[in-house]
Design a protein around this ligand. Structure first.
Ligand code: SF4
Length: 322
């Protein structure tokens, strides 16, 4: 099938009654462009401190009831060594925008992880100046994830006090200039979002252009201003992943952890809609539930056993874990 991937065309595809031909096309493009491999990434949440107040996020700065933690560099290194021994080739270091973890401190951590384990390092630590991103790149960071969350100017301002989509896109373009593999992404089902906005979100991924895109459903958190909003749809999220695959055939598209919160089946289904990456949390048990961006009951961390179990699940889907 030849799909119309203009903004209007994407909007029409998202609204289709029968999406199965588009999902099949995305699965075919995925197989031809990136093969059957599913890349497993170890995700370590190193700090839940954050200076921002994103309206949907349980880590927002004005949430007072959440105990805050910050992993010490030696703790991060210990988890990285364990992930490497378990077979991971990429470590994703994620945090809120924590002013203690300056680019200088984070750079030392990145250099130590790379030096000791040789793993690729992906950072997901929010907005910084171009000089900070450049420093982290010089310390060995390979990739940077910074979801734009919504490309619509008004929605962006409504959900991100004191910030704008232009600043966000400015950061993404700076990362691309510095030679990072750049990842963005967005939430599906934010209050006020339309199919036209989702089409805009998809086209922004192509415009950057992104090598990775994390697309997950909005999950309302009870301790946020959006507590009463309805959650995003798993099916619409999968449709967005399929269209991202058609727009960016070579990209890495994770089956996001948010998609697996309600049922594991929801996350598995997305592998037939173009996804080829999965991230597994390796955050130590003392901190794991405190990285409370959205409500989720998380299993206790056992890095090696959970990786083996995930490999089996991926093989059962007919795919090849790496
Ligand atoms: S989404 Fe990120 S930047 Fe926004 S409050 Fe949550 S952790 Fe902070």
């Amino acid at each position: 099938m030849t799909a119309d991937l203009s903004r209007e065309g994407l909007e029409r595809l998202l609204a289709l009654e029968d999406f199965s031909p588009v999902a099949a096309a995305a699965d075919r493009v995925r197989r031809e462009a990136v093969g059957d491999t599913v890349h497993l990434r170890a995700l370590l949440e190193l700090s839940n401190h954050c200076r921002r107040r994103c309206a949907y996020c349980g880590l927002r700065a004005d949430r007072r009831d959440l105990p805050r933690y910050r992993m010490a560099p030696e703790e991060i290194l210990a988890a990285a060594r364990e992930a490497c021994a378990a077979g991971y080739r990429t470590l994703v270091l994620q945090s809120g925008e924590d002013p203690w973890y300056t680019a200088a401190r984070l750079g030392e951590v990145v250099a130590a992880v790379k030096g000791e384990t040789g793993m690729a390092v992906t950072l997901s630590c929010g907005e910084m100046g171009e000089a900070d991103y450049a420093h982290l790149r010089s310390c060995g960071a390979d990739r940077y994830l910074l979801k734009h969350e919504t490309a619509d100017d008004d929605l962006y301002r409504a959900f991100h006090p004191g910030s704008s989509i232009q600043e966000r896109v400015g950061c993404l373009r700076a990362l691309a200039r510095l030679g990072y593999e750049v990842g963005s992404g967005f939430m599906v089902g934010l209050p006020g979002q339309t199919l036209s906005v989702l089409a805009q979100d998809l086209l922004l991924l192509k415009d950057i252009p992104c090598q990775m895109a994390g697309i997950g459903p909005f999950l309302p958190h009870p301790a946020t201003p959006l507590a009463a909003a309805a959650p995003g749809s798993g099916e619409l999220t999968r449709r967005c992943v399929a269209l991202a695959r058609l727009l960016l055939p070579q990209s890495n598209l994770p089956a996001t952890t948010a998609l697996g919160v309600r049922t594991r089946g929801e996350r598995n289904d997305v592998f037939s809609y173009g996804a080829n990456v999965v991230m597994l949390k390796i955050t130590p048990n003392a901190y794991k539930q405190l990285y409370d961006i959205y409500p989720a009951a998380l299993p206790r961390t056992d890095i090696a056993a959970q990786r083996r179990a995930l490999e089996e699940q991926i093989r059962a889907l007919g795919r090849v874990p790496l």
